[in-house]
Design a binder for this molecule. Structure first.
Ligand SMILES: NC(=O)c1ccc[n+]([C@@H]2O[C@H](COP(=O)([O-])OP(=O)(O)OC[C@H]3O[C@@H](n4cnc5c(N)ncnc54)[C@H](OP(=O)(O)O)[C@@H]3O)[C@@H](O)[C@H]2O)c1
Length: 268
């Protein structure tokens, strides 16, 4: 039976890189992103060049209705989802008192509510596969207390904690839950620019989306639990375990001071 990999936020950046990586492995795709994001063109490109079936849905994942619409589409078209990749995410940088309240709620909806609800709604479908997998895109920010990334970091902490526990629960159904925690990724133009302004050490933590995508899909297919891609990032995770809090605080504050208030704030 034909099975599909559902990828949210597949129109650009990390999601697009993972879509291309999966298609190169001959995995059929169901791609989701906002309307007018070029998703149709991407789907057509993959279909033509990589010889897999690609379906796509354009919708706003900051609403719970979108998750029910996805379920309805899957039922209607009798699609079997073997892999679910929760990638869509709203990034941000800014002091909490400067963040717009509507933006905060949208970030929590896209980063937390939607992946949680989507997993719950698609569980029965995933259980139909002999071996299925969920890949949740978290961030290294989920492990650190980063000023100016307070809501974003907290949404990713939720994803990391939720995924690790869910992985234990779903093992009995042969469904693995893999969490990927990238450091920086050169996805948007703004991020590429910001990532050039940071210190040499921080620059070493940044990966290309294609490189990170390959690592993430390998981890999902090997049913790994949690992975921080990149050697330097793994060293930082080790340092995070052994360094005292006051040194970590100094390091994170110094780095973030490079973006003074009013400069390069809001979503990235
Ligand atoms: N970039 C980094 O440095 C970095 C580091 C660690 C983790 N991550 C995580 O990696 C994931 C992807 O990040 P990225 O850098 O590739 O971001 P990106 O380039 O901004 O892409 C985000 C994707 O999510 C989609 N999306 C956002 N809001 C949506 C909404 N309301 N409804 C539907 N789709 C929506 C976007 O669709 P549209 O194109 O239609 O807007 C886009 O396809 C995120 O979960 C992020 O937290 C990124």
């Amino acid at each position: 039976m034909k099975t599909y990999t559902l990828i949210t936020g597949a129109s650009q950046g990390f999601g697009k890189a993972m879509a291309l990586d999966c298609a190169q492995r001959k995995m059929n795709l169901l791609l989701i992103a906002l309307p007018n994001s070029g998703l149709g063109a991407l789907a057509q490109f993959i279909k033509t060049n990589l010889d897999v079936d690609v379906q796509y849905l354009e919708m706003d994942l900051s609403t719970t209705e979108s998750c029910f619409s996805i379920l309805e589409y899957i039922h209607k078209h009798e699609i079997s989802i073997q892999y679910l990749i929760n990638n869509a995410g709203v990034l941000s940088r800014g002091l909490f008192d400067t963040l717009d309240t509507t933006f905060i709620l949208k970030q929590i909806a896209v980063n937390v509510t939607t992946p949680t609800l989507l997993i719950r709604l698609l569980l029965d479908n995933l259980k139909q596969s002999e071996r299925a997998g969920i890949l949740n895109i978290s961030s290294m920010a989920s492990f650190f207390t980063l000023p100016k990334k307070q809501v974003y970091g907290a949404t990713k902490s939720y994803i990391t904690a939720f995924s690790k526990t869910l992985n234990k629960e779903l093992r009995q159904h042969n469904i693995s839950v893999t969490t990927i925690c990238p450091g920086g990724l050169n996805t948007t133009t703004r991020l590429c620019y910001q990532n050039r302004l940071v210190s040499w050490v921080t620059r070493q933590t940044v990966l290309n989306p294609e490189e990170a995508a390959n690592i993430a899909i390998n981890a999902m297919l090997q049913h790994k639990t949690l992975l921080v891609p990149g050697f330097v990032n793994q060293c930082l995770m080790f340092l995070n375990k052994i360094l005292p809090e006051f040194i970590k605080d100094r390091l994170t504050n110094r780095e973030l001071d490079k973006f003074p208030p009013g400069k390069l704030q809001t979503s990235v």
